[in-house]
Write a protein that binds this ligand. Structure first.
Ligand SMILES: NC(=O)c1ccc[n+]([C@@H]2O[C@H](COP(=O)([O-])OP(=O)(O)OC[C@H]3O[C@@H](n4cnc5c(N)ncnc54)[C@H](O)[C@@H]3O)[C@@H](O)[C@H]2O)c1
Length: 337
């Protein structure tokens, strides 16, 4: 049983902590943060051991009646692996501490590939992460790109892919602080960073992305134009996507006509926070025209990297050397069917 620490109990960290807690081959040792408000009270309610990243944070937590188990160093000393879910610029500073402590670590997509030298997407490169010291679970958008293009690649259908990403402006809980309203903000640079980022996992992919920020908070929406290696039928393409357990084919004709209706369905399903770990790809919208393929999907940015992180823990600690088995185990625990 491997002992896992989570540093940063925010949007991603709290979900990763719960997901670790659901596994029978790893143990959540504790969560570490600097906050002392309602956000960390969620961890108190769940009876997680709470560690403070700084002395100042420890004092504040104690003054709020939070029982502090120890400091970050003490948590790391007891752990086999740490998942750092702090914001960018902070995680990168923690890397020196993890290396000094000689502890395996996983960073999230806000960090650069160079920080770990390995980037992870379970269905693509699980094998290359087995027993290594560090990886970066790529961002929500990049994870969706890799899942979909890997499925096409494995079916020997993929020549090249060009995608346009409509990106949510901010996370729901922070929408009082920022985000855009009544406008759309295109990214100046083409390609946007997500296409090149997918190549940090799979350098062979020929993928170019453009991106635009849109005024809503629920999820991202991607439109893709793919050049296939040969003329194919819609059925062949769908069969390729069906080989991924983390792509969910959805029907526009079933009333799933927007990102808010999709979110509502996942809330109805009883998923925590209405989380959608899968890429929701419209089956009836998908079109094949000769050797050209067109499709669109929705990405729940807050949820999609959670199963990936659990698989990355199994790979790095070596508790499962078969990627397919890890994916199946993670899926079962999170209700991905
Ligand atoms: N939010 C998303 O949709 C999303 C999706 C995919 C990947 N990511 C990536 O995940 C990472 C975390 O993002 P997030 O959205 O969860 O951020 P967040 O701001 O919601 O949470 C970060 C947490 O880290 C804590 N923190 C800050 N400084 C700390 C320190 N020194 N020690 C310990 N804890 C500290 C904060 O208090 C907060 O609770 C980033 O790399 C981000 O790019 C985010």
């Amino acid at each position: 049983m491997k002992s896992i620490a989570v540093i940063g109990y925010g949007v991603i960290g709290k979900r990763v902590a719960d997901a670790i807690n659901l596994q029978d081959d790893m143990k959540l040792l504790g969560v570490c943060d600097v906050i002392s408000d309602w956000r960390i009270q969620n961890a108190v309610r769940k009876e997680y051991d709470i560690y403070a990243a700084t002395q100042e944070a420890a004092d504040k937590m104690k003054s709020e009646g939070i029982s502090v188990k120890g400091n970050m160093q003490e948590l790391l000393e007891k752990s086999d692996l740490v998942v750092d879910c702090t914001p960018k610029k902070i995680a990168v500073q923690n890397v020196a501490i993890y290396k000094e402590q000689n502890i395996k670590f996983i960073l999230q997509g806000g960090e650069k590939h160079e920080t770990t030298g390995h980037s992870f997407s379970a269905e693509n490169n699980y094998k290359s992460a087995i027993n290594i010291d560090a990886t970066r679970v790529v961002s929500c958008n990049t994870t969706s790109i890799l899942r979909t293009l890997t499925a096409l690649k494995k079916a020997d259908l993929l020549d090249y892919a060009r995608g346009t990403l409509l990106r949510r402006a901010t996370d729901p809980w922070e929408s009082h602080l920022g985000g855009i309203m009544n406008t759309m903000v295109p990214e100046k640079d083409i390609p946007s960073h997500q296409g090149p980022d997918a190549k940090s996992v799979d350098p062979d992919l020929d993928v170019i992305t453009t991106a635009i920020k849109v005024p809503q908070t629920l999820s991202h929406l991607h439109y893709w134009n793919v050049k296939l290696k040969k003329q194919a039928s819609k059925e062949e393409v769908l069969n390729a996507f069906k080989t991924s357990s983390r792509i969910k084919l959805i029907q526009y004709d079933q009333g799933l006509v927007s990102n808010n209706t999709i979110k509502e369905m996942f809330l109805d399903m009883g998923r925590p926070w209405g989380d959608m770990y899968e890429v929701a790809l419209w089956e009836d919208m998908l079109k094949v025209h000769g050797d050209e393929l067109f499709y669109a999907y929705v990405v729940d940015n807050q949820a999609i990297v959670i199963p990936e992180t659990i698989d990355a823990i199994r790979a790095l600690t070596g508790i499962e050397t078969d990627g397919a088995k890890s994916i199946a185990k993670t899926n079962e625990s999170l209700g991905i069917h």
